[in-house]
Design a protein around this ligand. Structure first.
Ligand code: RIB
Length: 330
């Protein structure tokens, strides 16, 4: 059966031009139109309905997939995607996937029936090879999913190193890490950033790393285990703010003074970190900017029927609050 690529090859044009002719949108030179029409006829090309509607951008609807709607990072991100889609007269659906590949695939299949135009996806679990074959553009946001996909992320590794260097600079002498899930690319990068900063220290031990799944409860438990095993820890870098709050609660429940005995820094910069007591020092991601940029990138790819890979990396910023303090008391 002939494909759009066969038509493009025979007519000596791009697939985007064939798509413009089929959907009657955008300018195509009349002679080119005739060539495309002849190729379609010669090859007896019948675009399948779903693919055609996906290319048409008929629904003017995009989706944002997030792994955990309970984490306030994701509503803040979703707000940016929504604002950007509205500015371009698109609508937007939010799918909470729990990082469960079956749920992710079920959403994709359901949305295909609605002629979805594109997807911004935050995932650590969906197979990159499955996504690669989508007819519609996909932007990986926050976590790298497959090398062939366009992405918008932050400098996780360098930002994490900066967080740990900051703990050293304020006088912490034994620094541990509560890491995110091992399967998430950005959790791995944050762990690598921590290791970059500590692995040459004579005090460093691999048991200074515990895993907390990017979740509040798991991070609380992991912090408790860590501090029971290693009471000498005086600095803690935690892979996200929600976990940072869990770490804070665990330390307080054990009677440890934060920041008097233990300084805690996390990662994200969500508003929740300003509401705790003490407030949480963090490496803040430009959450709104990365969400808006991913949505803008997606809409441009939809409208220009163009899927060239683009990657953008934003920079995190240290925000000092009350959960960290110089050892000399200043
Ligand atoms: O808090 C949610 C975490 O998952 C964030 O750190 C974000 O970067 C994401 O991957």
């Amino acid at each position: 059966m002939a494909t759009i690529k066969d038509v493009a090859r025979l007519a000596e044009v791009s697939t985007a031009t064939v798509s413009r002719v089929l959907n009657r949108n955008g300018y195509v030179h009349p002679e080119t139109k005739v060539r495309v029409a002849k190729a379609i006829e010669q090859l007896n090309y019948r675009p399948n309905d779903v693919a055609r509607s996906l290319f048409k951008g008929r629904s003017k609807m995009i989706a944002l997939f997030v792994p955990d709607i309970m984490n306030p990072f994701f509503p803040e991100l979703a707000r940016a995607v929504e604002d950007m889609t509205r500015q371009h007269d698109y609508t937007f659906v939010l799918c909470n996937t729990d990082d469960d590949p079956d749920k992710e695939i079920a959403y994709v299949e359901a949305l295909k029936q609605k002629s979805l135009d594109g997807i911004v996806i935050v995932s650590s679990t969906m197979s990159g090879d499955y996504i690669k074959n989508f007819e519609i553009p996909v932007i990986a946001l926050d976590r790298i999913l497959h090398p062939s996909l366009s992405s918008v992320t932050v400098n996780n590794r360098a930002g994490s190193r900066q967080a740990v260097d900051y703990l050293k600079e304020i006088g912490c002498e034994r620094i541990a890490h509560i890491a995110g899930p091992e399967h998430a690319s950005n959790a791995k990068q944050r762990l690598d950033g921590y290791l970059d900063a500590v692995k040459e220290e004579d005090w460093f031990k691999y048991s200074y790393v515990e895993y907390g799944e990017y979740h509040f409860e798991e991070a609380k438990e992991a912090t408790k285990r860590l501090l029971e095993k290693h009471p000498e820890i005086d600095g803690l870098f935690v892979a996200n703010d929600l976990m940072g709050v869990g770490a804070l609660k665990a330390a307080q429940a054990m009677g440890i003074d934060v920041p008097g005995q233990l300084s805690i820094i996390a990662f994200d910069g969500i508003t929740l970190g300003e509401t705790t007591s003490p407030t949480l020092t963090t490496m803040a991601q430009p959450i709104y900017k990365i969400g808006a940029r991913a949505a803008d990138m997606l809409i441009r790819q939809i409208e220009q029927q163009e899927r060239t890979k683009q990657t953008e990396e934003f920079t995190v910023e240290l925000i000092e609050r009350e959960s960290t303090k110089r050892r000399d008391g200043s």
